[in-house]
Ligand binder design. Structure first.
Ligand code: SF4
Ligand SMILES: [Zn+2]
Length: 334
């Protein structure tokens, strides 16, 4: 448990090179955004390639609730959370309000900047009402920590009465890096959670980071590909590959110390080029704010469009050729 009253020391560079702990991660944070516990902090409908192998609209609702008790190194989701539990009924109100403002969509994601089955985030007594509201969708997708995947998921699946999918952060299957990410899991924890869920008829999607800290560009590509392989071998049927971003304080600190460099857009292409060819499951590139990862302004748009086509078709389009950057291989490896 974090003692918020104790002064927090700024980590020295030498300590940054080693494992980073909760206290150091908290010390580097800036302020949270102002949020309203009665309103989801964001909601939209977007198309996504589904397990039925067609592109379908997904209503995505980012719930406002108490921040996650874990302190993952790369996480910035705490920015849109409350310090305290939201009152019973607030999450229900958020979902009802968001759905009323969105066009109808066959599938729904409830992302809560943490773990859906953390009772301090989503009050347990709200779950039956939430299930009733969202159960009319073809699938309900929630996010959850591997260590919180247990009978609660089975009860919620039954309450929803429709397909349930749990999104879990594997982040990386590279054990030393996973440990340094401070997620408090091993890849075996991930595999166990995936096995528990899939053996109970619950689909699993995995979040995988491209080039986390302490990783070169080349290692970032190789380890992301290996992580997708590990996830598919664990029974996952959808992997979302997320370029590692700064933005939470400690990541900027690592960047300044030369321990973290954001990945290149071309590396994201390489990971999808490889993993889509396996046809082992769905692979999606996270393209939020993707321009920031482009190292060449001439082909950035074309590369993002290509990745978008990969997301929507799950095929590999011809590579982008660029007169400005092809001579350095598109910046694929350092
Ligand atoms: S478990 Fe998820 S929400 Fe919690 S700190 Fe880690 S990445 Fe962030
Ligand atoms: Zn270029």
């Amino acid at each position: 448990m974090i003692d918020r009253d104790r002064p927090i020391e700024d980590p020295a560079p030498r300590e940054l090179a080693e494992a980073i702990n909760d206290r150091q991660i908290l010390a580097a944070r800036g302020p949270k955004n102002r949020v309203d516990p009665r309103r989801a902090y964001q909601a939209f409908v977007e198309p996504e390639f589904s397990v039925d192998r067609i592109v379908e609209d997904v209503a995505t609702i980012f719930l406002t609730n108490r921040e996650c008790p874990f302190r993952c190194l790369m996480c910035d989701l705490w920015k849109n959370t409350t310090d305290d539990r939201v009152p019973p009924g607030a999450i229900v109100q958020q979902i009802e309000h968001a759905l009323a403002s969105l066009p109808a969509a066959p599938r729904i994601k409830l992302y809560n900047s943490g773990n859906f089955f953390d009772a301090a985030a989503v009050p347990r007594e709200d779950l039956p009402r939430i299930a009733k509201i969202v159960g009319g969708h073809r699938s309900v997708i929630i996010e959850n920590h591997p260590k919180l995947c247990d009978d609660r998921a089975l009860r919620f699946r039954d309450q929803c009465g429709t397909d349930l999918e749990v999104a879990i952060g594997l982040e990386t299957s590279h054990p030393p890096t996973l440990q340094r990410l401070n997620k408090q899991i091993t890849r075996d924890d991930f595999a166990r959670a995936a096995e528990f869920l899939t053996s109970n008829g619950i689909r699993v999607r995995a979040f995988i980071l491209l080039r986390p800290p302490w990783t070169t560009e080349g290692e970032g590509i190789e380890r992301a590909i290996e992580s997708v392989r590990f996830a598919f071998n664990s029974g996952v049927d959808c992997c979302a590959v997320i370029p590692t971003r700064s933005g939470n304080g400690i990541m900027e600190r690592l960047q300044r110390e030369g321990l973290f460099t954001p990945p290149r857009l071309t590396s994201l292409e390489t990971v999808l080029d490889e993993t889509l060819r396996w046809q082992s499951g769905i692979v999606l590139a996270d393209l939020w704010d993707a321009e920031q990862f482009a190292s060449c302004p001439v082909c950035a748009r074309q590369r993002i469009d290509r990745l978008q086509r990969m997301n929507m078709t799950q095929t590999v389009p011809p590579p982008v050729t660029c007169p400005a950057c092809d001579s350095d291989g598109g910046g694929r490896f350092e």
